[in-house]
Design a protein around this ligand. Structure first.
Ligand code: PEP
Length: 247
């Protein structure tokens, strides 16, 4: 992935139905020349969405919201990278704050990142401070620690994508300012540099947290904001389409 080409990722979370998803795909347009657009539907929709994407040639790519770190085995309710690839996924979210809050450990996140990189898919690793940490001025410390935990001891990070998502900005309508986000993205890039050297300059860093049609353009203008991860505003074609057009 080229950092120069903006990346717009939709996280549908536990939303949408097959009918709505197909309607969405029929209407959404993206030009792969301008940006890379990825949709992450819930697991049961991956297969039919992949078929529809191929048929409609939407130029949109497919991602999953989570994955397990083993190839196969007795892990009820889990899915492997191989299964995701079989249904057309190239991307997978890892360590979203909603999963961290549900108990996902940094160790699990590291295993997942490693497994996804080995498969050739792109892991989108989510980091970000919560509201208490933000108020205490701990943002840099928290994101550095999360980056280190997820990215240490990896042989090759060239496919990694980072998403900075302040927890206090997710689904609240209260986005970080583009200036604030740019500052944290610089800190993240520096942490990646400390761990892995100059490849850090090629890693896309997305911003997520109440991105909508009105603030996408000003976020996109900043040097270290290489794209966005969108929750709520990715559920309606109109708002998602105008976010795509901001890049
Ligand atoms: C998200 O959950 O990744 C997210 C950014 O959500 P929202 O855009 O709704 O804040």
């Amino acid at each position: 992935l080229q950092r120069q080409k903006p990346l717009v990722v939709a996280n549908w979370k536990m939303n949408m139905s097959l009918e709505k998803a197909l309607h969405f795909l029929n209407s959404v347009q993206s030009d792969p020349q301008d940006s890379t657009v990825v949709i992450c539907p819930p697991y049961p929709l991956l297969y039919p969405v992949n078929i529809a994407m191929k048929k409609l040639q939407t130029g949109v790519q497919l991602g999953a919201q989570n994955v397990h770190w083993e190839d196969h085995g007795a892990h009820t309710g889990e899915v492997s990278v191989g299964m995701l690839q079989e249904v057309g996924c190239n991307f997978v979210l890892i360590g979203h704050s909603e999963r961290r809050m549900a108990g996902e450990s940094e160790e699990a996140i590291q295993h997942k990142v490693k497994q996804v990189l080995q498969s050739g898919m792109y892991p989108i690793v989510c980091v970000g401070e919560n509201s208490e940490e933000f108020k205490q001025g701990l943002t840099s410390q928290i994101v550095k620690q999360q980056i280190e935990a997820a990215l240490k001891n990896l042989p090759n990070i060239s496919n990694i994508i980072i998403a900075y998502e302040p927890v206090w900005a997710i689904g609240t309508g209260q986005s970080a300012t583009p200036y604030q986000a740019e500052g944290v993205h610089q800190t993240i890039r520096q942490s990646i540099h400390d761990l892995h050297g100059s490849i850090a300059h090629r890693i896309p860093i997305l911003y997520g947290g109440s991105v909508h049609a009105e603030n996408a353009r000003s976020l996109a203008a900043y040097e270290n904001i290489d794209g966005v991860l969108v929750g709520g505003a990715s559920l309606e074609v109109k708002s998602f389409q105008s976010i795509i057009r901001s890049f």
